[in-house]
Design a protein around this ligand. Structure first.
Ligand SMILES: [Zn+2]
Length: 158
């Protein structure tokens, strides 16, 4: 392979073609899709519990009952968002005020009681069990969650 040296002595430099090199379009990472899914899921969840008041959507905080326009509410998780298995489950998420969700760490005990009242006894326990099952999201799965949540949001906003 020593002959290759002569090849490198070619006088004419290789022309640069200019412009950006052609690469495949970048696929969104799982982390990015998860973030997007969180945002759409949050919006859909708040609408799901909402009622109209003075031409605006309102909902009640699941743990303290305080009513507020949904744009001022957050999407609280009974089992923390760190658990993928329950991250996008209707029975694990609900509108919650900033005070309860952030300042009082989600008020998990009250959240659990509210879930059992809403969906039947044992729901909180079931969420707790499901949350502990490890789950890795695929990109396809997250894209489906985004699509479904967006469709739901569009229904309320149209
Ligand atoms: Zn609250």
């Amino acid at each position: 392979m020593l002959q290759s040296k002569t090849v490198l002595q070619v006088k004419t430099p290789i022309k640069k073609t200019g412009g950006k090199p052609k690469t495949k379009p970048k696929l969104k990472t799982v982390a990015k899709l998860k973030k997007e899914a969180d945002a759409w899921w949050s919006k859909a969840t708040r609408y799901r519990f909402a009622y109209k008041k003075d031409g605006e959507y309102w909902a009640d905080c699941i743990t303290c009952g305080t009513p507020a326009p949904i744009k001022k509410l957050q999407c609280g998780h009974f089992m923390s968002r760190q658990y993928n298995s329950t991250r996008f489950l209707e029975q694990n998420t609900s509108p919650q005020c900033y005070g309860c969700n952030v300042m009082q760490q989600g008020k998990q005990y009250e959240f659990g009681i509210a879930l059992d009242e809403l969906y039947g006894a044992g729901t909180a326990k079931e969420m707790h069990r499901l949350a502990k099952i490890p789950h890795q999201f695929t990109r396809e799965e997250l894209k489906q969650i985004i699509l479904d949540a967006r469709t739901e949001v569009n229904f309320y906003e149209s």
